[in-house]
Design a protein around this ligand. Structure first.
Ligand SMILES: C[S@@+](CC[C@H](N)C(=O)[O-])C[C@H]1O[C@@H](n2cnc3c(N)ncnc32)[C@H](O)[C@@H]1O
Length: 418
């Protein structure tokens, strides 16, 4: 099939079944680190960058779920969304119309036919899109000029290892349907197929996606996107690297970086010693085989970019504290009314913090160092500075372990690309 014919089939699918549909917006809006430009840049470059005035592009924005999150987490930014499907863009416009504080505009564009931009973006997001293109490398190369020299690219690609069962089910459904069968009929066949499987059947087990197949298939748009797609490429880690390489990009880190930790995945110390001299790339490959993630979701940058900062410029404490919601603990007579803090990273976690930690976190502004936070607190309370600094260092070391703050890495190295 020609590139244009594939694109047309994909467009037709998303015109009929815009993804992920309007449903997700029924959930209350959340602050989250994954779509905070400041937080993501801190993780990627160890640099503090404000989100104010930033330009963010979501290429293949679908029904605007990701854009809505970018809007909430980057007040003062300008958002742009491109998508092939007008029905999806209409839903996205409805959602964005309900968010205040950001400028946005949406355009119907084919990523395979993009002209160079008038002005590049600070962050380009392309999630769940490249693997549906007739030519992913061409699409990615078209997007590269849209990313500023020091910009950050958020990419999500399907994983071949994780989607093995999905591929198999999709193939079964294809075999059960005639080539001319309408989409409505295919939906019907697919649903009957899944409903007919005995409980516990391996094709129903999607625990790694944190979804229940039986629920997932109840929505036409989910069923169509997952099992009836006309174009889908599933990637291995090496394929991901090859794709990025071809576009002059490199991975800085995964959003779920903790999940790639070989210490956890390969507990046998003797075996782990055998990995000591492997390259970073090989270690990721191994981690991918040991425990495939549901998808590859990572931050990338231009290969040619090297951050220009020096050790002295780096704020010691990131403003992660600014990306937490504070809410009173559920009042129970046995528990003092401490503050609950929600850490907004890839996986949300909640911690109960005492008043001391809450006070210290309130002073994190992305510029102060740990000692400066201690000094500010000592000045306010009249405490001894040396003691305050000592206590504060211990406190922040614990907070960093919990992922509540990020501190400057020991070396001034930026995230080294894979
Ligand atoms: C699975 S949806 C992902 C939507 C959104 N990025 C998200 O993560 O929720 C894929 C989207 O890519 C869009 N798309 C597919 N091919 C495209 C192309 N050639 N140009 C622009 N958008 C495209 C589809 O219209 C669809 O909205």
């Amino acid at each position: 099939m020609s590139e244009a014919a594939i694109t047309e089939e994909v467009r037709a699918l998303y015109e009929k079944y815009p993804f992920p549909g309007p449903y997700a917006s029924e959930k209350p809006p959340q602050l989250d680190g994954m779509t905070s430009y400041t937080y993501v840049c801190y993780q990627a470059f160890r640099e503090y960058r404000s989100h104010q005035g930033r330009r963010i592009l979501d290429a293949g924005c679908g029904t605007g779920e990701t854009l809505r999150r970018y809007a909430l987490n980057n007040p003062g930014a300008t958002l742009v969304g491109f998508d092939l499907s007008q029905a999806s863009l209409d839903l996205a416009a409805e959602k964005l119309g309900r968010v205040e504080g950001v400028e946005w505009h949406l355009e119907q564009r084919d990523l395979l036919e993009l002209a160079p931009p008038k002005e590049p973006f600070d962050l380009v997001s392309c999630t769940g899109v490249l693997h549906h293109l007739a030519d992913p490398l061409k699409g990615l190369r078209n997007l590269v000029p849209y990313l500023k020299r020091d910009g950050i690219f958020a990419i999500y690609l399907y994983s071949a290892y994780a989607r093995r069962e999905i591929e198999m089910a999709a193939e079964i459904i294809r075999m059960l349907c005639g080539p001319q069968e309408s989409m409505d009929k295919r939906i019907d066949v697919a649903r009957r197929f899944f409903r007919g499987l005995p409980a516990g059947h391996f094709l129903l087990d999607q625990a790694k996606f944190e979804t229940d197949v039986r629920d997932w298939i109840e929505r036409d748009e989910h069923l169509a996107d997952m099992y009836l797609h006309p174009r889908e490429i599933n990637y291995t880690f090496d394929m991901v690297l090859e794709l990025l390489d071809g576009a002059g990009l490199e991975i800085v880190r995964f959003y779920d970086e903790e999940a790639w930790d070989l210490e956890r995945l390969l507990p046998d110390e003797d075996l782990r010693r055998r990995t000591m001299f492997m390259s970073r790339r090989q270690k990721y490959r191994l981690a991918d085989l040991l425990h495939p993630r549901p998808s590859y979701i990572f931050m990338a940058r231009h290969k040619a970019y090297t951050p220009s900062r020096t050790v002295g410029d780096v704020p010691l404490i990131s403003p992660v504290a600014a990306w937490v919601t504070r809410r009173p603990a559920v009042a129970r007579p046995s528990i003092p009314p401490d503050t609950m803090i929600e850490v907004l990273g890839f996986a949300h976690r909640s911690y109960r913090l005492d008043g001391d930690a809450v006070e210290a976190l309130a002073l994190c502004d992305g510029a102060r160092t740990v000692d400066e936070v201690a000094d500010a607190r000592a000045a306010a309370t009249g405490a001894d500075v040396a003691t305050a600094r000592k206590i504060n260092r211990t406190l922040f070391t614990t907070l960093e372990k919990q992922g509540i703050v990020l501190m400057k890495p020991k070396e001034a190295s930026p995230g080294t690309g894979i």
